[in-house]
Design a protein around this ligand. Sequence first.
Ligand SMILES: NC(=O)C1=CN([C@@H]2O[C@H](COP(=O)(O)OP(=O)(O)OC[C@H]3O[C@@H](n4cnc5c(N)ncnc54)[C@H](O)[C@@H]3O)[C@@H](O)[C@H]2O)C=CC1
Ligand SMILES: O=C([O-])CC(=O)C(=O)O
Length: 312
Amino acid sequence: MRMSLLRSASQHLRRRRGYSSTPAQPERKVAILGAAGGIGQPLALLMKLNPLVSSLSLYDIAATPGVAADVSHINTRALVKGFVGDDQLGEALEGADLVIIPAGVPRKPGMTRDDLFKINAGIVKGLCTAIATHCPNALVNMISNPVNSTVPIAAEVFKKAGTYDEKKLFGVTTLDVVRAKTFYAGKANVPVTGVNVPVVGGHAGITILPLFSQATPASNALSHEDLVALTKRTQDGGTEVVEAKAGKGSATLSMAYAGAVFGDACLKGLNGVPDIVECSFVQSTVTELPFFASKQVTNFSSLHEICLHAYS
Ligand SMILES: NC(=O)C1=CN([C@@H]2O[C@H](COP(=O)(O)OP(=O)(O)OC[C@H]3O[C@@H](n4cnc5c(N)ncnc54)[C@H](O)[C@@H]3O)[C@@H](O)[C@H]2O)C=CC1
Ligand SMILES: O=C([O-])CC(=O)C(=O)O
């Protein structure tokens, strides 16, 4: 009796967190486009470890079958399939609930994210055209840079195809939040696990605006100079990694972690878990800018219908 009560209480808790293990657990297909890359591979690993994923579709223009074979041996729920080349893109996307896009070239030292625009805009345009055809209802998490431009490009592609739903398109700015939390905890000398810092604006240089005034737990140990230095370090976090990697790309492992955190929040939203809050670069009315990163609460009034409420 005691054991069965404990079991049912634990199942209830898991269901509330979106990790139900009952037969009613929803099937969720996640597709990663650019899955063979520096971000794509560790992101594939992390999504394979996520119990909310039932099907994981790994697509790239290069070498995905090897990555898929490797990840598929891990004994977790998600069934993994690898797809490669233009011909297999449609099959990779068919029925996806969530599409995560880290496809595109990364920066080298001396470049800005805007220098990636020409090549990555074309890649994103092609991939979003296929999403509009094969999984028009999917949530889209855009990682490819420059996020400040690739998200509006994706929106235009979806508008042209007649499938645009602004509540389903997200620029992934979670890495800025991850960095702000880490740097703040270090400076304020508080345990990082309990720290939260909203980051608004965009995902490039001074458009990245960490709101340390709203950080929790609040710290009065930090001087104005500390806050200025923390803000600058968060804004320059990407460049710090690009320079440290000295020509061998930009952040991949921390980005894969951040992408997995944001992807998990989207899946929980789809599963009806209430009040999941993450910052993201979305179509917005918070400022006069058409797109702006701010805190988003994901709620689902019905399956596949996501309602995002921006906080100002
Ligand atoms: N939003 C963010 O916070 C961050 C964004 N990034 C961006 O993510 C992107 C990827 O970075 P990495 O993984 O380091 O680069 P990478 O070069 O290691 O991997 C990119 C992958 O995309 C694939 N690819 C290229 N064109 C494709 C297409 N049309 N369809 C499918 N796959 C395609 C390549 O074959 C490669 O495997 C870059 O644009 C980078 O700037 C990187 C870090 C943080
Ligand atoms: O800096 C870059 O090029 C990659 C990126 O967006 C980041 O690490 O925040």
